[in-house]
Design a protein around this ligand. Structure first.
Ligand SMILES: Cc1cc2nc3c(=O)[nH]c(=O)nc-3n(C[C@H](O)[C@H](O)[C@H](O)COP(=O)(O)OP(=O)(O)OC[C@H]3O[C@@H](n4cnc5c(N)ncnc54)[C@H](O)[C@@H]3O)c2cc1C
Length: 487
C-alpha cells in the first residue's frame, strides 16, 4: 500500500457529529477521525444555548417539539426526518449524560430546561452558556479511550476520490501528504460561515465536506438556505461573538436606534419569534429608520441571575466594554448556520454509495427553511448515530479487498495563492445573499465567483491549506448563488 493506510471508516471532521459517529460505530471497525485544526476548534465547541429535547413529558410533548420545528421551518421540513429527530433525540441526549456531560440542574436535581425563540415549552438542556464546549470536551475524552479509533489533528482532507468501492483521501498535514483508504466515509465537516464577511462560525467553517461531496457527484440540496442570527455582538470582527437566543428567552428586549422596542410591529411573538423573522425585522427596521444601530437590553433583570446564567456572554461583553447587567449592548444580524448541504436520507446516506454526511454539512431536511434554535446539536447526534448504525449493519457482510484504489498524483503545483481571493468572495456573498437575497447582485457575483474558481482550478498553485480552503469556499459560494438565481 505504500504510504496509503487502510481503515474501515474515514470520518472527516471531529465536531459533535464526527465524534459521536466514532463513539457509535462498531468497536471492531478501524476508524480514522480527522480534524483539520486542533480538536477543540469547531462550531460545536462554540455552541452556547444548548440542545433541544423533550425530557420532561409532564409539561411538554414530542408532538409539540415536532410542531415548533415545522413552524420555524415554514413547513418546508422533511416530515420523516423531523419525526426521527424529535423522537430519537431524548435517547441520544440521555447517552450524552452517560458520557459525563454535565447539564445544569435545579436545586431539586431535575434538569434545568430553558426557553429559546420559537419553542413553545422550556426544553433546552444547557451547561451554563457554554454547552457545546462541555459536550465536545466529554466526547473527545470518551473517543480517546477507544483503541479502534486513530485521531489525526491538524490533518486536512484536501481531496477525496472513489474507485473500486474504496474511498481514497489525500490528507495534508503541514506541507506533507499522507493517504488513507476505506470502504466507508462519513463527512462531518461543519458549516460555511467563512464565506461571509461577518459570521459566528469558527475558522474551520469553509464548506470543505460539501465541496468534496460535490466533486464526487453527490447531490447538494437547499444550499442557499442560510440562517442569519439576529443578535451577534456588533463589533465588526470577522468572527462575531454570538449573544445567545437564550438571552431573549430570559426576557431581553430588542431596541432600534431610538431605544424603542419594535418587534411588535413585525410579529406577535415579538423578541421570541424565530430567527429568520427577527433578522428580517431588523433589516426592515433598519431601512425604516435609516440606521444600522440596534441593541439588546436585559438590564431590567436581576444582575446576579444574569451573571450566573450567562457567565461566558457576561465576561466576553465586559472585555468589550459592555456590562449586560447595567446597559444595552449593540447587536446586528450575521451569518450563523447552513440548513442545506449534502443531501442525505434518514440513515445519513448521500447519493454516493457508502458516503455519509451528518451535522451541519448535511441536508437531512429537519430544519426546513429555518432552523429552530438548539435543534442542530440534536440533529448532529441523531443522524451521526444513524450513520454509524447503518455502516455497522453493512460492515458485517463486507468483504472488502484493499486493491485497485485511487492513487493521487504528487502535487505538481508550485505557486503560493495570491492574497485577496477570500476577501473578494466574502464581499460578494455579504452583498448578494445576506438576510434578504439580492438577485441582481447574485447574478453578477456568480459570474465573478466562477472566474475565480476557474483560475484556482487551472492555476499552478501548491495544494496548501489556504489553497484547499479557498477552492472549497469558492465552490460553495458558487453553489449558493446559483441556487439563489434559480429560485
Ligand atoms: C457561536 C455558535 C453558537 C451555536 N449555538 C448552538 C446551540 O446553542 N445549539 C445548537 O443546537 N447549535 C448551536 N450552534 C450550531 C452548532 O454548534 C453546529 O451546527 C454544530 O455543532 C455543527 O457540528 P458539526 O459536527 O457538524 O461541525 P463542527 O462542530 O463545526 O465540526 C467540524 C469538524 O470538521 C473538521 N473539518 C472541516 N473540514 C475538514 C477537512 N477538510 N479535513 C479534516 N477535517 C475537517 C473541523 O476541523 C471540525 O473538527 C451554534 C453555532 C455557533 C457558531
Amino acid at each position: 500500500m505504500g504510504n496509503y493506510k487502510e481503515y474501515d471508516v474515514i470520518i472527516v471532521g471531529a465536531g459533535v457529529a464526527g465524534l459521536y459517529a466514532a463513539l457509535n460505530l462498531d468497536s471492531s471497525l478501524r476508524i480514522l477521525l480527522l480534524s483539520k485544526r486542533e480538536l477543540s476548534l469547531s462550531n460545536s465547541s462554540l455552541a452556547q444555548g444548548g440542545v433541544a429535547s423533550v425530557m420532561d413529558r409532564t409539561h411538554d410533548t414530542i408532538q409539540s417539539h415536532y410542531e415548533d420545528t415545522l413552524i420555524a421551518g415554514g413547513y418546508k421540513n422533511n416530515p420523516d426526518s423531523t419525526e426521527i429527530l424529535v423522537t430519537q433525540g431524548p435517547h441520544e441526549v440521555r447517552r450524552l449524560m452517560d458520557f459525563d456531560v454535565d447539564f445544569d440542574r435545579n436545586e431539586d436535581g431535575s434538569l434545568h430546561l430553558t426557553l429559546e425563540g420559537g419553542h413553545s415549552h422550556h426544553r433546552i438542556l444547557h451547561h451554563k452558556d457554554a454547552t457545546g464546549k462541555e459536550i465536545v470536551d466529554k466526547l473527545i475524552a470518551a473517543v480517546k479511550k477507544l483503541p479502534n479509533v486513530e485521531i489525526l489533528e491538524r490533518a486536512l482532507v484536501a481531496d477525496l476520490r472513489r474507485q473500486n468501492h474504496l474511498f481514497s483521501a489525500d490528507i495534508l498535514m503541514g506541507d506533507e501528504h499522507t493517504y488513507a483508504v476505506a470502504p466507508f466515509c462519513i463527512l462531518a465537516t461543519g458549516g460555511i460561515g467563512r464565506a461571509y464577511e461577518y459570521t459566528t462560525n469558527s475558522a474551520i467553517a469553509t464548506g470543505d465536506g460539501i465541496a468534496l461531496a460535490y466533486r464526487l457527484g453527490a447531490k447538494i440540496k437547499n444550499i442557499s438556505l442560510v440562517q442569519f442570527h439576529p443578535t451577534a455582538f456588533a463589533d465588526k470582527e470577522r468572527e462575531s461573538f454570538l449573544i445567545s437566543e437564550a438571552v431573549r428567552g430570559e426576557g431581553a428586549y430588542l431596541l432600534n436606534c431610538y431605544g424603542e422596542r419594535f418587534m411588535q410591529n413585525y410579529d406577535e411573538r415579538c423578541e421570541l419569534a424565530p430567527r429568520d423573522v427577527v433578522s428580517t425585522s431588523i433589516i426592515l427596521e433598519s431601512a425604516r429608520t435609516g440606521s444600522k444601530r440596534f441593541y439588546l437590553d436585559i438590564s431590567h433583570k436581576d444582575s446576579e441571575f444574569l451573571k450566573n446564567r450567562f457567565p461566558m456572554i457576561y465576561r466576553n461583553l465586559l472585555e468589550q466594554g459592555y456590562d449586560l447587567t447595567r446597559e444595552r449592548v449593540p447587536i446586528y444580524p450575521c451569518q450563523h448556520y447552513l440548513m442545506g448541504g449534502v443531501d442525505v436520507d434518514t440513515s445519513a446516506r448521500t447519493s454516493v454509495h457508502n458516503l455519509y454526511a451528518c451535522g451541519e454539512c448535511s441536508h437531512t431536511g429537519v430544519h426546513g427553511g429555518n432552523r429552530l434554535a438548539s435543534n442542530s446539536l440534536l440533529e448532529a447526534l441523531v443522524f451521526s448515530q444513524r450513520a454509524a448504525e447503518n455502516i455497522g449493519n453493512k460492515a458485517i457482510d463486507h468483504t472488502c479487498r484493499f486493491e485497485n484504489y485511487y492513487e493521487f498524483e504528487p502535487d505538481a503545483g508550485t505557486e503560493p495563492l495570491p492574497h485577496g481571493m477570500r476577501t473578494e468572495v466574502r464581499e460578494i456573498m455579504q452583498h448578494a445573499h445576506f438576510v434578504i437575497p439580492n438577485k441582481e447582485a447574485a447574478k453578477k457575483g456568480y459570474e465573478r465567483i466562477c472566474e475565480i474558481r476557474e483560475s484556482l482550478e487551472n492555476g499552478n498553485y501548491r495544494k496548501s491549506f489556504e489553497y484547499c480552503e479557498t477552492l472549497n469556499l469558492v465552490t460553495v459560494a458558487a453553489l449558493i448563488l446559483k441556487e439563489v438565481i434559480s429560485r
